[in-house]
Design a protein around this ligand. Structure first.
Ligand SMILES: CC1=C(CCC(=O)O)c2cc3nc(cc4[nH]c(cc5[nH]c(cc1n2)c(C)c5CCC(=O)O)c(CCC(=O)O)c4C)C(CCC(=O)O)=C3C
Ligand SMILES: [Fe+2]
Length: 370
């Protein structure tokens, strides 16, 4: 049994996620929550609704978060980290405001937030910070005194996030026809975002693409090391939304598969590094749409696993929690990170992931809450 780990000054961890529908009746209200004020064309919304109806209106994301929540609680208890773990979502029950209200009533004063997005960007970081600010504002308006919230640093380059993905790629390679394995391409995929959002991602801009390229390079290198074969790889995008006139990051995975086939690639592994767990984007855009495209081309493909509740990822979250707590107590903890970008900042600086229409954001240097 290890010595008790110190979470002070924190009295809770909050798993903050996107949320998803849990049945057919949830789909339309869920999509209304997601897209309120975001100018997404009706046609696109109808399409995305169909993706959910194909799976009986159930997104895999909530079950994945319940599994992660349970795994975090077990891991913390097993390692003597005395820190309750709560869960709240941006777009579906349990809603963030309700969870924060419950935490306030339970007496939480300092809360550390784990968002289910590993990278910098408006959608993956600042928008969650805006959601926190809005919820805190609601609770203050109710006459409550909500806790102070901090957000864990981006974990894209933590070995506990990378290693499960490396194993996932090795499993996928093993599932390809033996003759195609050696020269199979690795197609690292993430959620496309508007190029304008990519330009302002992170403290100095460009962080979304830079962080994904780093993860892709690290995973590709580890796979080469494990198999003794260097395979060609590329970072590509999926799940584009918005108006066709607005430029988004490209190429799309389906176009990429076409190019690979035309160039004579024998097979490809789709590696969804942009997603922490199986989301509808993984089930539909990769496992359904892109896989059908590959079948039509006659290109063997496999999709590698997301980290989900892998024990190494759970241990990484414990490590990052203890690290941040030590830093908040004035210490200089060791900060684990692979590759050349180094450990990400604890506190998003003013203007980090700037958005077109600025809204108050908590858990950063520009937070209106202390
Ligand atoms: C970068 C990024 C992540 C990764 C970071 C993170 O994980 O947070 C992410 C996650 C997710 N996105 C999700 C769902 C949706 N995203 C949409 C729309 C959008 N996503 C965007 C970006 C991202 N999204 C953007 C720039 C838009 C355009 C409108 C806007 O600026 O807001 C829409 C509207 C319809 C559509 O057009 O697709 C839906 C339904 C779900 C739940 C899936 C499930 O149910 O399993 C999850 C985890
Ligand atoms: Fe999204």
């Amino acid at each position: 049994m290890s010595d008790a780990l110190d979470a002070r000054p924190y009295d809770a961890l909050l798993l903050l996620s996107f949320g998803g529908p849990e049945g057919p009746d949830d789909v339309v209200p869920f999509l209304e929550n997601v897209t309120r004020g975001r100018g997404i064309p009706r046609e696109r919304l109808k399409q995305v609704g169909q993706h959910y109806f194909l799976f009986d209106g159930v997104s895999p994301i909530n079950a994945q978060n319940r599994a992660l929540l349970g795994a975090l609680r077990e891991d913390f208890a097993a390692h003597g980290l005395d820190l309750p773990v709560y869960w709240g979502n941006r777009n579906w029950a349990p809603y963030l405001t309700d969870t924060l209200r419950e935490m306030t009533r339970d007496g939480c004063r300092r809360v550390l937030v784990l968002a289910t997005s590993a990278y910098a960007s408006y959608s993956g970081c600042r928008q969650y910070r805006e959601n926190l600010a809005e919820s805190l504002g609601t609770l203050i308006a109710e006459g409550l005194e909500p806790p102070r919230v901090d957000k864990l640093r981006h974990y894209f380059n933590h070995p506990g996030f990378l290693q499960p993905m490396v194993d996932g790629v090795l499993d996928s390679l093993a599932a390809l026809p033996a003759a195609a394995r050696e020269q199979a391409h690795l197609a690292f995929t993430t959620h496309s975002i508007p190029t304008a959002a990519a330009e302002t991602a992170g403290p100095r801009g460009g962080a979304y693409v830079a962080q994904h390229l780093e993860v892709a390079a690290l995973v590709a290198a580890a796979v080469a090391e494990a198999t003794g074969v260097e395979r060609p790889w590329q970072l590509v995008y999926q799940s584009r939304s918005g108006s066709p006139q607005t430029p988004w990051l490209e190429p799309d995975i389906c176009d990429h598969l076409e190019q690979l086939h035309a160039a004579g690639a024998p097979a490809a592994v789709m590696v969804p590094i942009g997603f922490v767990s199986d989301h509808m984007e993984v089930l539909y855009d990769l496992d359904t749409e892109a896989t059908a495209k590959a079948a039509e081309l006659g290109l063997p493909v496999a999709r590698s696993a997301t980290v989900g509740a892998d024990p190494r990822f759970v241990a990484a979250i414990r490590d990052l929690t203890v690290e941040r707590a030590a830093a908040e107590r004035g210490g200089e903890p060791q900060r684990c990170a692979l590759g050349g970008l180094g450990p990400s900042h604890d506190l998003c600086p003013v203007g980090c992931c700037a958005a077109g229409a600025p809204r108050p954001a908590a858990a950063g240097a520009d937070s209106p809450f202390v």
